[in-house]
Design a protein around this ligand. Structure first.
Ligand code: CU
Length: 159
């Protein structure tokens, strides 16, 4: 019992270390960098993830995202209503020609709904994207800790 547990955790550790370096991807004229997901606490059913997309070609559009780690991945935007930050789901994200977009805590972001197990630092979350022109690509999102330095405002926001 002890032995099999030990080997299992060693294997998971080795796997996630590899994934830590796979946080960028290229598809068509798009390059994805800086992908990461936020650590979640026990009982939390929604995770969030962020990335940058650079486009060296014509206008493109992110039209869907999915993940084996959750039941659904939603595209969200953040707006101010009075002095309350509100987020709402959006159908797609436009990627300007020869431009770039950034999904950040406090701005547009990805929400992984119905997550199957907590996101832990050292692990990574796979998210598959579909773009109108560039097609499909799967990206690894290494899980990072919820340190206040990384946009603490998002943590205090009401879901
Ligand atoms: Cu959100």
């Amino acid at each position: 019992m002890y032995c099999s547990k030990f080997f299992l955790s060693t294997f998971i550790l080795a796997t996630s270390v590899t994934n830590l370096f796979a946080q960028s991807a290229e598809v068509g004229k798009l390059s994805i960098t800086g992908a990461y997901a936020r650590e979640t606490v026990a009982g939390q059913s929604i995770g969030s993830a962020f990335l940058k997309i650079k486009n060296t070609g014509a206008a493109d559009k992110l039209i869907s995202a999915s993940s084996p780690s959750g039941s659904e991945v939603q595209l969200h935007t953040m707006t101010m209503e009075g002095n309350v930050m509100k987020m709402s789901q959006i159908a797609s994200i436009d990627i300007p020609p020869s431009g770039s977009i950034e999904l950040t805590p406090g701005g547009m972001h990805l929400m992984i709904m119905g997550i199957k197990s907590p996101f832990k630092v050292g692990e990574s979350v796979k998210i598959k994207f579909k773009f109108t022109n560039a097609g499909e690509v799967e990206v690894n999102f290494p899980v990072q800790s919820m340190s206040p330095a990384m946009g603490g405002g998002h943590d205090r926001m009401k879901m």
